[in-house]
Each structure stands twice: as structure tokens, then as C-alpha cells.
Design a protein around this ligand. Structure first.
Ligand code: CA
Length: 380
């Protein structure tokens, strides 16, 4: 997952000149066109006005970033085909129009109509959004889908984004991430003391409670910093993206599970005023394409991670390790403390946290008798 600092180096001057250009382009792109719905040869064809929409989609991913950037291009294609060309979306990689972490503001202001990212990037503006993304020891992909689509979270998410004139839609899930790459063994909580790890966000605060240090490193510098022991460990995503980064060439241990990101939920957000102004049919097409993207992204992560875990094992001497139970139990307790502190002074965050927690506790019980029982008793 790309984090703050990974993404762009655009300066303000180029952004301002872009905004000027893009506003001009937007006006030109939304002209009203006439279209004939009847066959070309028909003599009784009825002419109706069909507005052609040319939209811009920002992403928080580098251009063509594996799975995530590719998925956004597919999303645009699905919408184009389903709408018979009435909604034409052009996808921009991070930094091509605005820096990745300005996507929220740019769509909110209508500079672009859409963006793809993950809600925890906007924690500075909407702290409760982190629960719609992932939190340490939160829910996995299947449970997050259940909470979102079947458990009422989507409505809460819409409420949280409405003041920013944003309408959230589904956007995929990374699946459970890996715990990270380490050059020292983690056998007890004491081994986390003084550990310098690239692990951002809430999980970084949890590591600090355990005596470690959360080091901010941009994506492009992680490899060198790990190789030169500037950091002792790093998390990234899962076997596919981690392999592409080459971490298996310089780290001794690959730990699991990714307690810090058990199923990171992604989003496709739309400027709400522009969404509301669309015909119902185009709104439905956007929602359907977002739902399709949601399934496609997770399926790709699962298929590729499976393939690339085998490659890592075959091509390197890395040892796969599981974090000891007592380490995970302590990290879970620290996580509860961090989350309680986070929501203590924020009523909106507290409301979402309670909803999240209730659903997680209930579905954990169901998962124990369904998925967990199946994997323990029936799978190879
Ligand atoms: Ca990650």
C-alpha cells in the first residue's frame, strides 16, 4: 500500500497551473451532445438529448500500479461499455494531476469527479474513515464486505463523507496482508523493544507502545533502508507486491499474519453533487462497476499472492515465520488502548468504532463456526 510520502513530488506551482487547465478542460468536456436512439436508417427515429459526460478519475497509486492501478483502468472501461460511451472516464495515476494525498480535496472541490484510494488516507480530515479502511486486529476481507454491504456500514460511510460533498462506493480489498520483512527474529515482546520498523498509521502507534519505533520511509526508499539496516523491518502488502519490491533478496524472515492490516478496504469516491446530477441509469452503472471492481481486486490479490508466495519460497532463503501468540496478544491489547484513545474525544469516531466493534465481535463468533472450523478441520 502506498503511504504518505511515497507518491508524488509535484510542487504547488505545477498544481495551480494544472487546476487552471483542468477547469477549462472540464467545461469543454461536458458539452451537451445530441444523440439518436433509433437505428440510423429508421425514418421514425425519436431524437432525445443524451448528455455525454467526460470525467476524470484520480488514483492514489502510481500509474498502472499492479492490481490497483490496473483495476481503475478496468473500472473506467466497464463504465464506458455499460453506458454505451455516455460516461467516459479518464484515469490518472498519482501525481499526474494532483498529488495522491490531495485526491480527497480535489474530488470534494470538483476538480476531478472520482478518485480511488483507501479511506485511512484521509484520517486527518475524517478520523472515523480509518474504520472503513482497516484497523489492526480488525476484520478480514470477507467480514469487511459483510459489514459494508450487509451490515449497515455503507450508510454510515455515506454520512461521514456527505459534509465533504463526496459519495463513497466500493473499491476492492487487499485481503489479509503479510506481517512484514524482518532481519531479526521476533520470539517475544522484548524483541520489539527498540525495533525500527516502517509501519505507518495506527499500527505504528501500537508498535511504539510495545517499545518499538515507527519509522516514516517513502516507498522508493524502503529497500535501501532495509538493506543498509537504517530500519530493522518493514511491512508492505503481500507476496505479489513484496516480491516486485525485491524484499526477499535482503531480509531473513517473512512474518505472518498481518495483524496491522487484516483486510484493507479500498474506495471509489465520487463528487456527490455530480453523482446526484447524473441520470439514475448512470448512477447504477457506477455502483455496479464499483461492485465489480470490489470483487475483481480481491480475487487478483488472492490469485497473485498465492502464486508469488511460491516464487519467494522457491527463489530465496527467506524463512517464513508466524508471530508468537503472546506477541500478538500484547499487540492486540495495545491496539485496544490506541483505538480507545483515538475515539475518546471524537463523537463521530466513537460512533463508528462502536458499530465496527459490535459487528466484529458478532461475526467473529460466526467465523469461528464457519471459516475457522472449515480451515482447521477440512482443508489440507
Ligand atoms: Ca501495508
Amino acid at each position: 500500500m502506498k503511504k504518505k510520502g511515497d507518491l508524488t513530488n509535484h510542487n504547488n506551482i505545477s498544481r495551480k497551473s494544472f487546476i487552471k487547465k483542468s477547469i477549462g478542460g472540464l467545461a469543454a468536456g461536458s458539452s451537451l451532445l445530441l444523440a439518436c436512439t433509433a437505428d440510423e436508417g429508421s425514418t421514425s427515429g425519436t431524437q432525445i438529448q443524451r448528455k455525454k459526460h467526460r470525467w476524470k478519475m484520480l488514483t492514489t497509486w502510481a500509474p498502472n500500479f499492479p492490481i490497483l492501478g490496473e483495476g481503475c483502468e478496468l473500472f473506467a472501461e466497464w463504465v464506458r461499455v455499460m453506458s454505451d460511451g455516455d460516461l467516459d472516464i479518464k484515469v490518472y495515476g498519482a501525481g499526474e494531476l494532483v498529488p495522491a494525498l490531495e485526491s480527497f480535496g480535489a474530488v470534494s472541490e470538483g476538480i476531478a469527479e472520482l478518485a480511488h484510494g483507501s479511506p485511512y488516507y484521509w484520517a486527518g480530515k475524517v478520523p472515523e474513515a480509518q474504520f472503513f479502511s482497516t484497523v489492526p486486529f480488525g476484520m478480514n476481507a470477507q467480514q469487511m464486505n459483510a459489514w459494508m454491504i450487509g451490515g449497515g456500514a455503507m450508510e454510515l460511510w455515506k454520512e461521514a463523507y456527505a459534509p465533504f460533498d463526496l459519495h463513497p462506493m466500493l473499491g476492492g480489498n487487499t485481503g489479509v496482508q503479510m506481517g512484514g520483512w524482518f532481519n531479526k527474529e521476533i520470539n517475544s515482546l522484548a524483541d520489539l523493544k527498540g525495533l525500527k520498523m516502517r509501519i505507518p498509521g495506527i499500527a505504528g502507534k501500537v508498535l511504539e507502545k510495545a517499545g518499538g519505533a515507527s519509522i516514516l520511509v517513502s516507498g522508493g526508499e524502503i529497500y535501501t533502508n532495509l538493506e543498509r539496516s537504517v530500519i530493522d523491518a518493514t511491512e508492505w502488502i503481500g507476496p505479489y507486491h513484496d516480491y516486485l519490491m525485491g524484499f526477499h533478496k535482503i531480509a531473513k524472515y517473512y512474518y505472518t499474519p498481518g495483524w496491522h492490516e487484516p483486510g484493507t478496504f479500498l474506495e471509489t469516491m465520487v463528487n456527490k453533487s455530480k453523482y446526484d446530477a447524473l441520470p439514475k441509469s448512470l448512477q447504477m452503472i457506477l455502483e455496479a462497476a464499483a461492485m465489480k471492481l470490489n470483487g475483481w481486486v480481491l480475487a487478483q490479490f488472492e490469485a497473485k499472492n498465492n502464486e508469488y508466495l511460491s516464487k519467494i519460497i522457491a527463489e530465496s532463503d527467506v524463512e517464513l515465520r508466524v508471530f508468537p501468540d503472546d506477541v500478538l496478544n500484547s499487540l492486540r491489547n495495545y491496539t485496544d488502548e490506541v483505538l480507545e484513545e483515538m475515539v475518546a474525544d471524537n463523537a463521530a469516531s466513537k460512533k463508528i468504532y462502536e458499530h465496527f466493534n459490535n459487528f466484529r465481535n458478532q461475526i467473529s463468533n460466526w467465523s469461528k463456526y464457519s471459516e475457522k472450523a472449515y480451515f482447521e478441520k477440512l482443508s489440507k
